[in-house]
Write a protein that binds this ligand. Structure first.
Ligand code: ADP
Ligand code: MG
Length: 323
């Protein structure tokens, strides 16, 4: 059994979203423990992760130091966070394996993801990143070519493209590491977005790829049986935040596609997770959306929103109580 685990924000910062070094070390340590439990059951694991708060911190440094050191582009910020998070995770994973007496090692791959230069996101950027600034300060970065939007009361915020991941360029390396027995961290933050120029050279771009959509693609490329989207809720919910809220247990692609079309899953949070789960299931795998604490039972098919290609024999209710 091979699982691709996509770690969300909660697995990487404190529950308040605090991205101090100590909070990140602690959160990644907890994630490593849960993943080691899965590895102890004989599951081969590839891990991907978000990087929103980490890139947010780097952007603040960019802003504050712009007069002193050159501004670092977004593809470099992505590469830097893959490095730092990959380093921390592999350190914690190897410790967790050793404590369990597991003869396993981890590795981390700085991963590029190919996007189309004519992706509509580049003409109409939609992904807000970094912190809010007053207009006067935003203007300075607009003059440097960045795209900032007036978000109302809280001020201005930078927006970038969130292009569709077309190819995970380092997936063959990841596949070989997994086959060699390494628990591998890859495509963090959705991968470093690059476009291919006419001559064939790769060029990093100012964009942020959705990490769950990149995870679905990487999952297929590394031949995973299960895509496990680990977030802070046990299930995807229809009628979310209404009195009719209902957690989804086992569900097939057709039924979940219909709920998505009805707008049950918010853009920028549960929406891309459901879309990623659908894509992976459509290509023949099983997808699960659940919380980090439940990944062992989730891989075993016992908890979470379990998405399968074929209709289920009987409509299964979630194993866990209603949140
Ligand atoms: P992560 O940072 O772990 O990748 P997000 O915070 O982006 O995940 O998305 C998870 C959040 O999505 C949940 O904490 C919940 O508040 C929100 N959410 C929005 N719509 C739904 C829904 N239909 N079902 C469940 N959670 C939802
Ligand atoms: Mg979050």
């Amino acid at each position: 059994m091979r699982a691709l685990i996509a770690l969300g924000g909660n697995a990487m910062t404190s529950s308040t979203g605090e991205a101090t070094v100590a909070a990140q070390e602690a959160a990644l340590g907890t994630a490593a423990e849960r993943i080691a439990d899965l590895v102890a059951r004989g599951v081969d694991v590839v891990i991907t992760h978000g990087n929103g708060p980490q890139v947010g911190n780097l952007l603040v440094k960019n802003e504050l130091a712009a007069d002193v050191v050159p501004i670092v582009p977004l593809d470099w910020c992505g590469a830097q966070t893959q490095g730092t998070i990959g380093y921390t995770l592999t350190k914690r994973l190897d410790e967790a394996f050793a404590r369990r007496g597991l003869d396993r090692r981890s590795a981390s791959v700085v991963t590029r993801a190919l996007v189309d230069a004519d992706d509509p996101g580049f003409t109409t950027p939609t992904k807000p990143i970094g912190r809010f600034l007053p207009e006067a300060q935003a203007r300075r970065f607009i003059a440097e070519g960045q795209n900032w939007q007036d978000m109302g009361e809280r001020g201005w915020r930078r927006v970038v493209a969130s292009p569709e991941p077309r190819e995970i360029l380092d997936a063959p390396a990841v596949l070989n590491l997994v086959r060699a027995g390494f628990v591998t961290v890859a495509a963090g933050g959705g991968g470093i977005p690059v476009v291919r120029e006419d001559g064939g050279a790769l060029l990093g771009v100012e964009a942020v790829i959705d990490k769950d959509l990149a995870a679905a693609l990487l999952g297929v490329l590394v031949e995973a049986d299960v895509l496990l989207i680990a977030t802070d809720v046990e299930h995807a919910i229809v009628g979310y935040a209404t009195p009719q809220a209902r957690p989804l247990g086992t569900i097939d692609v057709a039924e979940l596609t219909a709920f998505a079309a009805e707008g049950h899953f918010a853009a920028g949070s549960m929406g891309p997770k459901v879309e990623a789960a659908l894509r992976f299931a459509r290509s023949g795998g099983r997808s699960v959306i659940t919380s980090l604490d439940h990944i062992v039972e989730a891989v075993e098919g016992r908890v979470g929103t379990q998405v399968t290609a074929a209709p289920q024999p009987a409509h299964a209710e979630p194993h866990q109580s209603r949140p």
